[in-house]
Design a protein around this ligand. Structure first.
Ligand code: ADP
Ligand code: MG
Length: 561
């Protein structure tokens, strides 16, 4: 037909597909989870749209997902009667990867040499729809957007191109048909045309999906005849609405993978319930690794919002502060309007109260993890520590708790970071302040002449290398009544009385030299002082107590200020 168009995949999409076709991921079963997850999203979207848009003429009485196996044709079809896609959406959503971090992922994949590391990267990214090309030679998608009359047929073998064609007879929603790779190849471990296999995969990965996942199966009937019967394969129980002892860890983990679009298990699960004037249930997760878009302004942040089991929105940032943007999960609030907008949510007093409770709970969980599961906390800190520090700027209500969650590098031990409390516990007699040095790396800080006097005295110095460190130490100012003092600023008083007398004497002796040097260097420095800071270097440049530290100065200069 003249309506068939052949289009090229976007470059990034093509590269990712290559990886799928030549399947570097060993657990191929997850393709079905991805398709069911998309179908479930499409049903959520349709229900919401039909509630919000009264003019949308759709039948939402029997929203469901259907699986169909054709053994002879070796196909597996996943069908939903959800929101569907327009032709433009098919091209934009399936032919393109809009996810931020794609370029970064591909760069890392090119650099990574071993298969296990590549798998982990793919897992972190979550390849979604493209996972189908691990098991299929050809994928056909037929879809019609709710409210539109014409449909679209999309087909691809996962190599460079795909075809799109307008079709008249597509039912509303989306069907994805996989033409499965030959069963006897070595890398096809499972036969996805076997009813039992499909049933097991649905049970394992998608049991909690809120919509029925149906399959018509054959059963032996009377006298050798076979009858067919349609079964629902999943239990459809909303996990967050169940009590904690009814849910096992594997179920929590699969649910996490669905909401977070992650392929790895979470580090921690938080299941809570709020009663009283404003009822809600929350099922939150701390991921075990940072997403690639953690520091990207377009990155996903926030949790999913439901109202009495009805999906309302993804990335609900009103429920989680920016510095906890890595927290994933679901909050089901019972007393909100289904039409609630992001703007109204931001203003809503009750939502703010829920958010305060969630933040307290997440921070309490981290505090407990730090005390009782040191290894897990180490992982957490390595992935999200730099983000959590942003809380010291944003969330003054919780700064005590946040300060106690810090793990900071110090001169004491290159491999073992310290807490502020432990630092204070080790402070020497006569030491009244907490010393820190900021810089790009541990190496440059350790070689800086600023550290010499501290090293000579045996004083421990915190080594701060995250860009945000500069800012929070200034903002926080002190811990446990002890000033946080940069080693690069002002006159650091490390001398004993005896040493002071000696310095005074020396100052007199060198007075003429110092005056001469001050005059000679008048254009570059404010003052030339005799110093007790240095032990091996002859001279160093220091800032005034109120000056910016060199790193901050560099940061501002880089920003063009
Ligand atoms: P993700 O689900 O993480 O967005 P996918 O690759 O799984 O990534 O899907 C890409 C997009 O294609 C989805 O976000 C959705 O907009 C669209 N899509 C996929 N499957 C369906 C479906 N069954 N119905 C409607 N839209 C779909
Ligand atoms: Mg998906």
């Amino acid at each position: 037909s003249d309506r068939v168009e052949t289009l090229e995949f976007q470059a990034e999409a093509r590269q990712l597909l290559q990886l799928m076709v030549h399947s570097i991921y060993s657990n191929k079963d997850v393709f079905l989870r991805e398709l069911i997850s998309n179908a479930s999203d499409a049903l959520d979207k349709l229900r919401l749209e039909s509630l919000v848009d009264k003019d949308l003429d759709v039948d939402t009485a029997d929203l469901h997902i259907e699986l169909e196996i054709d053994k002879d044709a070796r196909t597996l079809t996943v069908r939903d009667n959800g929101i569907g896609m327009s032709r433009d959406e098919v091209v934009g959503l399936i032919g393109t990867i809009a996810k931020s971090g794609t370029a970064e992922l591909l760069r890392k994949l090119r650099e990574s040499q071993d298969a296990a590391a590549s798998q982990e990267l793919i897992g972190q990214f979550g390849v979604g729809f493209y996972a189908t090309f691990m098991v299929a030679d050809t994928v056909t998608l037929v879809t019609r957007r709710a409210g539109q009359s014409g449909g679209t047929r999309w087909e691809s073998a996962g190599e460079g191109t795909y075809s799109v064609e307008s079709v008249d007879d597509a039912p509303q929603g989306t069907s994805v048909t996989l033409h499965l790779k030959p069963a006897d190849t070595e890398d096809n471990l499972h036969d996805y045309t076997a009813e039992w296999t499909v049933r097991e995969i649905v049970k394992r990965y998608s049991d909690f999906i809120a919509w029925p996942i149906r399959m018509t199966v054959e059963r032996p009937g009377e006298e050798g005849a076979t009858t067919t019967e349609t079964q629902t394969l999943n239990s459809m129980k909303a996990l967050w609405a169940r009590s904690r002892d009814e849910v096992d860890e594997a179920e929590y983990h699969e649910f996490y993978k669905h909401v977070a679009r992650d392929w790895a298990d979470p580090l921690e699960t938080i299941h809570m319930r709020g009663e009283g004037t404003f009822e809600y249930e929350a099922l939150l997760f701390l991921p075990s690794h940072a997403p690639l878009d953690l520091f990207s302004p377009q990155g996903h942040r926030g949790v999913q919002l439901y109202v009495k089991r009805v999906f309302i929105m993804d990335d609900c940032d009103a429920l989680m502060p920016n510095y906890l943007r890595f927290v994933k999960g679901v909050v089901d609030a019972h007393d909100l309007s289904l039409n609630i907008s992001r703007e109204i949510l931001q203003q809503d007093r009750q939502i703010r109260a829920v958010r305060r409770r969630l933040v307290k709970k997440v921070l309490a969980t981290l505090t407990e993890m730090k005390a009782e599961r040191a290894e897990a906390y180490r992982t957490f800190w390595g992935e999200f520590g730099a983000v959590l520090k942003e809380g010291l700027l944003e969330d003054t209500d919780n700064s005590e708790t946040l300060l106690n969650l810090l793990r900071l590098a110090s001169t004491r031990d290159a491999d073992e970071p310290t807490t502020l409390a432990d630092y204070v516990g080790r402070m020497k007699d006569g030491q009244t302040e907490i010393y820190y040095a900021t810089g790009d790396s541990r190496g440059t800080i350790e070689n800086s002449p600023h550290l010499e006097a501290f090293r000579a005295k045996g004083y421990e110095v915190l080594i701060l290398t995250d860009p945000v460190d500069e800012v929070w130490v200034e903002r926080v100012g002190a811990y446990d009544g002890k000033t946080l003092r940069s080693v690069a600023k002002g006159q650091v008083d490390l001398e004993t009385d005896e040493e002071k007398a000696k310095t005074d004497q020396e100052r007199k002796e060198y007075a003429d030299l110092l005056t001469w040097m001050s005059e000679a260097l008048a254009d570059s420095v404010k003052e030339v002082r005799l110093s007790s800071r240095l032990t091996t270097s002859p001279a160093c440049v220091v800032g005034d107590a109120h000056d910016m530290t060199p790193t901050l100065e560099k940061m501002y200069r880089a920003m063009g200020q």
